[in-house]
Design a protein around this ligand. Sequence first.
Ligand SMILES: O=C([O-])C(=O)C[C@H](O)[C@@H](O)C(=O)[O-]
Length: 303
Amino acid sequence: MNPQELKSILSAGLLSFPVTDFNAQGDFNRAGYIKRLEWLAPYGASALFAAGGTGEFFSLAASEYSEIIKTAVDTCASSVPILAGVGGSTRQAIEYAQEAERLGAKGLLLLPHYLTEASQDGVAAHVEAVCKSVNIGVVVYNRNVCRLTAPLLERLAERCPNLIGYKDGLGDIELMVSIRRRLGDRFSYLGGLPTAEVYAAAYKALGVPVYSSAVFNFIPKTAMDFYHAIAREDHATVGKIIDDFFLPYLDIRNRKAGYAVSIVKAGAKIAGYDAGPVRAPLTDLTREEYEMLAALIDKQGAQ
Ligand SMILES: O=C([O-])C(=O)C[C@H](O)[C@@H](O)C(=O)[O-]
């Protein structure tokens, strides 16, 4: 798939980031991951991102990465395109990028580099180096230490034809509007704030109709229904699902840093697709929080 074909796929529909399965010892659980992907793939997401943020990319060893991407690509070959998360230092990100391309990923999501502050010129050089290391399409994820501005993205877009997407995890409306207006159709735009549904209507109004859903991991039908309600601007349905499900969900998610991922793994277990524990530095929900989530899912009849 060339970068322009990928851009067109990412310009409509719902995207999702499957969690990564670990067994009780905390090791990658390939069989569980295959079962998960086989369950989720038919629900109609336009692309799935393996080893992304919700897939705990930041906690994976390089030796596990290849197996995870290969498993996702092989399992979903005939159903849904797989993009791979990449990140870390520039050299590490390039190694991951080339490995993911070799294994058949259709594109990459470039997660922010790790730890150090950096000038945005430096971040742009990092993004350019990763884009130039592969032929497949790349989506850059503005979040945390990666805070590229519209002029820098414009420069990157000129230099890197395969940089085809911009994913926003910052929620800075002024920045988002300036990027959307200045870059126009050059990119596909993805809403990617944690629990992106809560921002979906506002982002659609800004010209960003596509978002990635983490809750798709455990209530895929509800996630798709919500996406369709957003797409047809059915405000009553959107408001009802936000009131009944997402606001109480956020009350649990906001109890601890990192719960945006932990709560999704808890949800997967409740849905009958246990992905095992999260890895440190994340922590799992407490028993009480887990029961609260189970009751919330049950109350909605969400699935
Ligand atoms: O890197 C990630 O996993 C994300 O940020 C995607 C998530 O799906 C996010 O959009 C969410 O939590 O809904």
